[in-house]
Write a protein that binds this ligand. Structure first.
Ligand SMILES: Cc1ncc(COP(=O)(O)O)c(C=O)c1O
Length: 375
């Protein structure tokens, strides 16, 4: 029996009739673009995150692009960012002629190495993009002061750093609602969050052709809007988010209880981590990956060619070996099945298959009553 890496349908299946009701409401209203659902979702998301404003946009990539424009980041400006992230974190920099300055990551958290960030600051540094990778909050409090921080929180809706929500800490934050994210839409969607009202006002204009009123065009903007159907569903899903994130945390803890840590290196837990992905590490990653695939178990190695070694960024002149922790993580990381509501039996099967690769049975503390428990 196959096990997917992520089962989004299992998460929204219990909400089917509520989703259809929301869709019907939008159909009946005849209002599809920038209507009451987008407006209300923006207020509800801001209240949840603890920011004064949020602005719904078409996707997480545009959210980054619009924030960069609002901060006036353009040709020759340097922006410090990790190379162990999705390409969309830096792609909008390239469109603007801005220069991604890649720093290494902390091998334990896979987030920014803040000492390396500090070492790469120059007088041309205009911003730092901190990615909350795989749902783990990045160490924003340890970043150099005085440089605007953009939180790329695409993978971390609901994560917390102490008692603050991720997305409420930097100058601005960006979210994606791609259907596998912790808070997801049934299509594309994105959000900018900030407590800088002027910044929010500019993003709001940029998402609609640089205009407030469709008559006067003040800026060269975009057509980048969150639509009413997605906003209607996002309002419903936002109410479920804390429960979903708690279920993700429980599933992550279960892998530890099943003894997976005897076989591979587990992600270290911290209370604000929302496990967008459950990512383990092993020098034997490729062997484990092959075996899981052969057993029809969903798994993935993320960013196996990190950004500093991508063809589109070759102009920066990075050689292999220039970001050692990034490259080690790229070679060793492995995402295993996890979603809100994954069955314990599926997780047991994942651990069983991995144990066969190593020819070793882990200590099965969480598997009371299973056939292996006594061995
Ligand atoms: C870290 C990160 N940044 C940005 C994005 C871009 O989001 P979107 O796909 O909504 O444009 C993603 C989405 O996968 C992401 O994971």
């Amino acid at each position: 029996m196959s096990i997917p890496l992520v089962d989004v349908r299992a998460q929204y299946a219990p909400l089917r009739s509520a989703i259809l009701e929301r869709f019907a409401g939008v159909l009946d209203s005849g209002h599809f673009i920038l209507g009451p659902n987008v407006r209300d979702f923006e207020h509800e998301a801001a209240a949840y995150l603890g920011t004064s404003q949020t602005v719904g946009v078409a996707n997480g990539t545009d959210a980054i692009a619009l924030v960069l424009d609002t901060l006036g980041i353009g040709s020759g400006d340097e922006v410090i960012c990790p190379a162990f992230t999705f390409y969309a974190t830096v792609e909008p920099l390239l469109h603007r002629g801005a220069v991604p300055v890649f720093c290494d990551i902390d091998g334990l958290t896979l987030n920014l190495d803040t000492a390396d960030v500090a070492a790469r600051v120059t007088e041309r540094t205009k911003a730092i993009i901190a990615v909350h990778l795989f749902g783990r909050p990045a160490p924003l409090d340890e970043l150099p002061e005085g440089i605007p921080v953009i939180e790329d929180a695409a993978q971390a809706f609901g994560a917390r750093l102490g008692d603050r929500r991720v997305g409420s800490i930097g100058r601005a934050a960006t979210f994606s609602f791609f259907p596998t994210k912790n808070l997801f839409a049934l299509g594309d969607g994105g959000l900018v969050a900030t407590s800088d009202d002027e910044l929010a006002d500019t993003v709001r204009r940029l998402r609609f052709h640089g205009s407030r009123d469709k008559q006067t065009f003040e800026l060269a903007g975009y057509n980048s809007r969150l639509d009413e159907l997605q906003a209607a569903v996002l309002r419903l899903f936002l109410q479920e988010l804390d429960g979903w994130n708690e279920a993700r945390r429980e599933a992550a803890a279960r892998y530890g209880e099943l003894g997976l840590g005897d076989l591979v290196e587990l992600p270290e837990d911290e209370p604000g981590h929302v496990y967008h992905m459950y990512v383990v590490r092993s020098p034997e990653r490729d062997r484990v990956l092959e075996r899981l695939k052969a057993e029809a178990i969903g798994c993935a190695s993320y960013y196996s060619r990190p950004l500093h070694l991508q063809p589109a960024l070759a102009f920066l002149g990075h050689e292999p070996g220039s970001l050692p922790e990034t490259e080690r993580a790229a070679a060793e990381n492995l995402a295993l099945p996890l979603w809100a509501g994954i069955e314990a039996a599926d997780q047991e099967r994942v651990v069983d298959v991995i144990s066969e690769v190593f020819g070793a049975r882990p200590a099965l503390s969480g598997r009371a009553g299973s056939a292996h428990a006594a061995s």
